[in-house]
Design a binder for this molecule. Structure first.
Ligand SMILES: [Zn+2]
Length: 115
């Protein structure tokens, strides 16, 4: 989607960095990618579709937007990359944990009630 916007995005040349969710490599537009002859200043969206992570050769779709350098850490776009295990928010994880505990507790109570 950002590919469509790249030409008309004049107001803020957002140099969003992208992190490889497979190995943690961060593509920084300010630096480009020497190993693929990507010039400095090339936006991630402008990278060729054949571009791969220089470290682990993951595809572009394995990368997550982590925002421009210098901003607070955290994913700008958490969803839409559905590539792995770490897509759950802490809240969702808590829900899972407490849900499992509650289920176990109910199970225990029901067993106890049968006796
Ligand atoms: Zn990688």
């Amino acid at each position: 989607m950002s590919e469509q916007n790249s030409e008309q995005a004049v107001e803020t040349p957002a140099l969003d960095r992208f992190e490889c969710r497979a190995c943690g490599y961060v593509y920084e537009p300010e630096k480009g990618d020497d190993s693929h002859n990507i010039e400095a200043g090339t936006l991630f969206a402008e990278l060729p579709i054949t571009w791969r992570c220089p470290v682990c050769t993951a595809k572009k779709t394995a990368f997550a937007n982590i925002g421009p350098a210098g901003t607070a850490s955290g994913f700008k776009e958490n969803l839409g990359y559905g590539f792995g295990v770490n897509t759950l928010t802490p809240g969702q994880k808590n829900l899972l944990i407490f849900g499992a505990l509650a289920l176990g507790f109910l199970f225990f109570i029901s067993l106890y009630g049968l006796q």
